[in-house]
Design a protein around this ligand. Structure first.
Ligand SMILES: [Zn+2]
Length: 221
């Protein structure tokens, strides 16, 4: 079943052009493994980007920016290849291969750590400064504490599902929350909800968040 919720267009553009940070690139590559629609969209963007580069011509590329481009191409940090349709091995039906490479194992062997009651986490070894990529395992029916965001948070569901103020999300679905949104995800009944979240900036508990956003609104009024 195709995913219902997808990464935002500017995120796909950044991915297609190779300028997306490592943590978000892992999430997008994982989504592409499950979403033919976004795979086609990224392929279209890449073709368009290639045409634009040809139009500009290599003469316009300065020596230093060429160095930047070559360094970026060499960087193992970037998950740049568009994954083919995922063939899931019988022993792991949860983690598509771009993500499994980062986790270093199937979901059964993940070294989960306790975050709070009913919620476990595993941090992916990404090097993007100021970004965090984290697997979360939320027991069915668990309410994650209500929180706002100091920066953007992108979440993709890998197993089970959850519902918050903005909708319901199942395997392959992506939700993007910005600094204005406070939400309280609740894991669906049934199996645990396993998801990948990428955050830029800290999470802020909603009590503090509403206070700071009130102050911010007052300051910017
Ligand atoms: Zn998609």
């Amino acid at each position: 079943m195709p995913a219902f919720h997808h990464p935002q267009s500017d995120t796909l553009w950044s991915y297609a052009s190779g300028s997306l940070d490592e943590a978000s690139s892992v999430l997008v590559a994982t989504h592409l493994a499950l979403c033919p629609e976004c795979r086609a969209e990224v392929a279209r963007m890449e073709a368009l980007g290639g045409e634009m580069l040809e139009d500009v011509g290599m003469a316009a590329v300065s020596a230093s920016s060429l160095d930047d481009i070559m360094a970026r191409l060499d960087s193992p940090a970037l998950v740049k290849a568009i994954p083919q349709v995922e063939k899931i091995p019988a022993n792991d039906s949860v983690l598509p291969s771009p993500l499994r490479d980062y986790v270093g194992s199937g979901v059964g062997a993940v070294a989960w750590r306790k975050l709070t009651k009913g919620v476990e986490y595993f941090d992916l070894p990404v090097r993007a400064e100021g970004h965090r990529a984290r697997l979360l395992k939320i027991a069915s029916g668990t309410r994650v504490p209500s929180h706002g965001h100091g920066g953007e948070e992108i979440t993709m569901v890998l197993a089970g599902g959850y519902t918050d103020e903005f909708g319901s999300y199942e395997r392959g679905d992506v939700a993007t929350a910005d600094v204005t949104q406070v939400h309280q995800p609740v894991a669906d009944a049934g199996e645990p909800c396993i998801c990948l979240t990428v955050t830029r900036g800290a999470l802020i508990p909603s009590a503090i968040f509403s206070l700071t956003s009130r102050v911010f609104r007052r300051l910017s009024a």
